[in-house]
Write a protein that binds this ligand. Sequence first.
Ligand SMILES: C[S@@+](CC[C@H](N)C(=O)[O-])C[C@H]1O[C@@H](n2cnc3c(N)ncnc32)[C@H](O)[C@@H]1O
Length: 374
Amino acid sequence: MVEEELVKLREGKVEFLAPAGYNVSGPGKREGGLFYNRQMEMNRDVCVSILNALGRRVRVLDAMAATGIRSARIAVESGVECEIDAADTSQSAVELMDRNFGSLGLENVRIHRRGAIAAMAEGSFDYIDIDPFGTPVRFIPQALMSVRSGGIIGVTATDTAMLCGSARGSGRRYLCESRRWPFMHELGIRCLIGYMVRIGASFDRAVTPVLSVFADHYFRVYVKVENGVGRAERMLGRMGYASYDAGTRERYVGQTPVSGGAGPLWTGELHSSSLLSSMKCMDWFGSRRRLEKMLGVWRDEAEAPPLFYNMDELSRLFGYSLPSLSRTIELIRGSFTACRTHFDPKGFKTDAGVGELRSLLAPASPGKGISGAA
Ligand SMILES: C[S@@+](CC[C@H](N)C(=O)[O-])C[C@H]1O[C@@H](n2cnc3c(N)ncnc32)[C@H](O)[C@@H]1O
C-alpha cells in the first residue's frame, strides 16, 4: 500500500495522483519513495511532442516511470497508437501507477516492478525514456542495445556540474574531459552526446542527436539510433575536441586533442531541423509559452556552429557594451551567420571570430549607433 499522502494534480490532459510533498524545482531525490517534479513538465511536454512528430505506431518503454505521468501523457496526448511498458524499482511507485492508469482507463500500459536495465533487456522498443536521479551513464549501453533501428532514446542527466567541468570526473564517467568555460553548458551536452555516440558505435549502432536541451537543472538529449557500421563510423567522424583561449576568448573545435582542451565530444549538429519542423506545441501544454519560444530558438540553432559567445564576456574583453542581443545578431548577420542559443539568454552563435566581432559590434562604427546598449 502507498503510505505517503497523495494529492490530485493535472498535467497536460491528465489528472493523476502524486505525492503531497512533490518537488517544484531542482533535481530532487526520493530513492525508494514516490517522486514527482512539477518543474519537469516542459520535459514531458517535449516528449509528447516528439512522439507526436514521429507520427507512427510506437512501442514505448518508460524505464523510470515514478507516478507514471510520462507514460500516461504519452498514451493520452501523443496522438499516435502506442503500447507502453512502465517500469520502476519502487513498490510504492508501481502501486501508484496502478491507481493512476486504472483511473484513466489505460489499457495499453503495462506496469513492471523492475530495474530499468532488466526492463530494457526484455524487449525492443521504438522509444526508451531514461530519467534517473543523477547520471544516466549506467543505463545508456542497454538502452542503445534495446532500441530498434530508427528508434529514439530520450535521456535526462542531472549531474550537470560534472558534465560542465565544475566538478571533477567527466573523463572517468563520460570518457570526455569537460571544462568550466563560459560555454560550459554546451560543452556538457556535447560530452553526453559524445559518450552515447561512442558507446553506440561499439555495438555498430549510429547515434544521431535530434534534440539537445539544457533547461533548469538538467540536460535532456533525444538521439536516433540506427544499425550500420558505416553510419556509426560517420558519426564517430563528427567527434572532436574543443579549445578556448581565456585571454583572446577565441574558441575552436578540431579533430586533434589540444593540451588543456575539452573532449572527445560531439562537434556536429545538436538538433534535427526536420524533427523540429514537425514538432508542435499543443494548446494544452503547461509550458506552452516557454516551449513555443524554445522551439524557435532550437530551430535557429539547429544549423549553427558549435560553441556560443556570451555578451558580457565579449563586453569585458572589448571594453564597451554590446548592443541588445537582437541588434548584436542583426549586425553580425550583415557579414556572417548568427543566431540566439537556448544555452544562455545572453548568448549567441556565429561563425565570426572574436576579431571580426570586435569591429562589427564597436559602437563607433559608422551607421551602427549605440541605441539599445545592454
Ligand atoms: C527522476 S524519477 C523519474 C520521474 C519520471 N520519469 C517522471 O517523468 O515523472 C526516477 C525514478 O526512477 C526510479 N528508479 C531508481 N533507480 C531505478 C532503476 N535502476 N530502475 C528503474 N527505476 C529506478 C525511482 O524509484 C524514481 O521513481
